[in-house]
Design a protein around this ligand. Structure first.
Ligand code: FAD
Length: 472
C-alpha cells in the first residue's frame, strides 16, 4: 500500500495535519503507538489537567464565598468518581477523533512507526512495510527526567502520573515552578494536599513579566506549604514510608519528607525515536528536528510539526503547523507566518501573555509604551471578588501598534485571544478602545488598558504628563 501522506503521531499537530490533508484530497495514514488518538494533549496533558483545574476552581470559589456570606461545608472528594469524570472527558474527545478520522477516510494504524528508508516505514504489529510519497513527523515530547531522582519508584510522578490521580497524598513536592508544575500544584492544593513547590530560578514562571506573576504567587503562597526559589533538589531518597528530598538553595531546609514527588522540569522532544536517520532526516542531539517555514525538514518530502520542532511546546502551535504542513504537502502555497503565539497558565488566577513582554523589551533595549488597567477598577472583577487582576498592553513607540500584552486574573486565557488578534491585525490603541466591549465583562479590561494608553480613560484617573496630554 502506498499512501500520499503518512502522519506519525496523533497529537493535536498530527491529527490536524492528517484531517486537513484528507480534506484536500490526499490518501492519508495516521500512525499512533497508543490505542487512542489525541496524543499528550488529549490523553495526558491539556484536557485532563483542565478538567481537574475546573474541579479545583469550584472548590476554591466555594471557599471564597464564605467571606461573602455563603458558607459551604468542606468538600468530600470521591476520587474514583472524579477520576472517572476526568477520564470520560478524555474519552469523549478521543472517540470523537476516531469518528472524524473515519468520516474523512483517514486510515488509522496502531503501532510504533520507524522509518526504513526515505519512502518506507515499518509499524510495529504490522507485517508489511508502508510506502509513502510524503510524511509528517508529529511525535511530540515527553517529560524531562533529572539525575538524583528514583523515577522507578511509583511515588515519583511526572505530569502523566499526577493526572492519573491514583490517590491524594498527604504531602506532595512539586519540582519545577513553571506552567505545568503550578497547574498541578493548584489541583492538589485545592484538594487539601500539603504541597511544596521548589524552583531553581529566581521566580515562579521565570521569564514571564513579574507584575503578571505576582498576584498568582501571592494567592498560591497562602495555600502552599512552602515555595522555595533559587533552590535545587539534589537527591530524592526512597524510604518505606516516605521520600526524603535533599535541597540546596536559599531558605530551604537541607531535607524534607514527602509522600509523593512530582517532577515537572520541562519536556524533551521525541525526534530520536522514529528512525529518522534511515530517511535522512536530521535530528539534533536533544531530539529536535529543524524545519523551514513550510515545515519541511532537510528531506523535502518529509515534514515535521509540533513539540518535536521546538518551543513553545503548545497544542495551538502544533495545530497551526500541522495545517501548514498538510497544505504544503497537498501542493498549496502555505507557510507558518503567525506573528505571535499566546501562552497561558491555567492556574488560579490564570496568567496569559502574547507577543512582546516587558522583560524581553527591557533586555533588548526596545522602546515601548504601556497601557495598564488594574482590575480593582473593574465592576465585573469586583463582583467576582477577584480584584487582584491586571490587564496590560504594550505599544510600539514608532507607530502606536499593539506589540504585546498580558493578563492575570480569572479567564485571562480567554481574554488573551483579543490581544493576539489585535497584534495580528495591526491594531492601535484606538482600534481597541473604540471597539465597544460589553459591560460588565472582564473583556472591558482590554479596552480600558488601551484607553489608559491613549489617555482617554474615564474609569481611572491618570494625571496627565506632557506626552499623554499630546496623545489624548
Ligand atoms: P503530542 O501531543 O506529544 O503527540 C505525539 C504523539 O505521537 C503521541 O500520541 C505519541 O504516542 C505518538 N508517537 C510518538 N512516537 C511515535 C512513533 N514512533 N510511532 C507512532 N506514534 C508515536 N498545551 C497547550 O497548548 N495548552 C495546555 O493547556 C497544555 N497543557 C498541558 C498540560 C500538561 C500536563 C502537559 C504535559 C502538556 C500540556 N500542553 C499544553 C502541551 C501540549 O500537550 C503539547 O504541546 C501538544 O500535545 C503537542 O502536540 P504534538 O502534536 O506535537 O504531539
Amino acid at each position: 500500500m502506498t499512501y500520499d501522506l503518512v502522519v506519525i503521531g496523533s497529537g493535536p499537530g498530527g491529527y490536524s495535519a492528517a484531517f486537513r490533508a484528507a480534506d484536500l484530497g490526499l490518501n492519508v495514514a495516521l500512525i499512533e503507538k497508543y490505542s487512542t488518538l489525541g496524543g499528550v494533549c488529549l490523553n495526558v496533558g491539556c484536557i485532563p489537567s483542565k478538567a481537574l483545574l475546573h474541579a479545583a476552581k469550584v472548590i476554591s470559589d466555594a471557599r471564597d464565598m464564605a467571606s461573602h456570606g455563603i458558607i459551604f461545608d468542606e468538600p468530600e472528594i470521591e476520587i474514583v468518581i472524579l477520576r472517572r469524570w476526568k477520564d470520560s472527558v478524555i474519552g469523549q474527545l478521543t472517540k470523537g477523533l476516531s469518528g472524524l478520522a473515519k468520516q474523512r477516510g483517514v486510515t488509522v494504524l496502531t503501532g510504533e512507526a520507524n522509518f526504513q528508508s526515505p519512502n518506507e516505514i515499518a509499524v510495529s504489529g504490522q507485517s508489511d512495510t508502508i510506502s509513502f510519497k510524503q510524511a509528517i513527523i508529529a511525535v511530540g515530547s515527553r517529560p524531562t527526567e533529572i539525575p538524583g531522582i528514583p523515577f522507578d519508584d511509583p511515588r515519583v510522578l511526572t505530569s502523566t502520573g499526577a493526572l492519573a490521580l491514583d490517590d491524594l497524598p498527604g504531602r506532595l513536592l512539586v519540582i519545577g515552578g513553571g506552567i505545568i508544575g503550578l497547574e498541578m500544584a493548584t489541583v492538589y492544593m485545592e484538594m487539601d494536599v500539603e504541597v511544596t513547590v521548589v524552583e531553581l530560578m529566581d521566580n515562579l514562571m521565570f521569564g514571564v513579566d513579574r507584575d503578571l506573576v505576582k498576584p498568582l504567587e501571592k494567592r498560591m503562597a497562602k495555600q502552599l506549604s512552602a515555595i522555595y526559589i533559587k533552590t535545587s533538589v539534589v537527591k530524592i531518597e526512597a524510604h518505606d514510608k516516605h521520600l526524603t528530598a535533599h535541597f540546596e538553595g536559599e531558605g530551604a531546609p537541607a531535607t524534607a519528607d514527602f509522600d509523593k514527588v512530582l517532577v515537572a522540569v520541562g519536556r524533551q522532544p521525541n525526534g530520536l525515536g522514529v528512525g529518522a536517520d534511515k530517511a535522512g532526516v536530521a535530528v539534533d542531539e536533544r531530539g529536535f528536528i529543524a524545519v523551514d517555514k513550510h515545515q519541511r525538514t532537510n528531506v523535502p518530502h518529509i515534514f515535521a510539526i509540533g513539540d518535536v520542532v521546538g518551543q513553545p511546546m503548545l497544542a495551538h502551535k502544533a495545530v497551526h503547523e500541522g495545517k501548514v504542513a498538510a497544505e504544503v504537502a497537498a501542493g498549496h502555497k502555505s507557510g507558518f507566518d503567525a506573528l505571535v503565539i499566546p501562552s497561558v497558565a491555567y492556574t488560579d488566577p490564570e496568567v496569559a501573555w502574547v507577543g512582546l513582554t516587558e522583560t524581553e523589551a527591557k533586555a533588548s533595549g526596545q522602546k515601548y509604551g504601556k497601557g495598564l488597567f488594574p482590575w480593582a477598577a473593574s465592576g465585573r472583577a469586583l463582583s467576582l471578588g477577584r480584584t487582584e487582576g491586571l490587564t496590560k498592553l504594550l505599544f510600539s513607540e514608532d507607530d502606536g501598534r499593539v506589540v504585546g500584552g498580558g493578563v492575570v486574573g480569572p479567564n485571562a486565557g480567554d481574554l488573551i485571544a483579543e490581544i493576539a488578534l489585535a497584534i495580528e491585525t495591526n491594531c492601535d490603541a484606538e482600534d481597541i478602545g473604540l471597539t465597544i466591549h460589553p459591560h460588565p465583562t472582564l473583556s472591558e479590561t482590554v479596552a480600558m488598558a488601551a484607553e489608559a494608553y491613549a489617555g482617554t480613560i474615564t474609569d481611572l484617573y491618570i494625571p496627565k504628563t506632557k506626552k499623554s496630554a499630546k496623545k489624548s
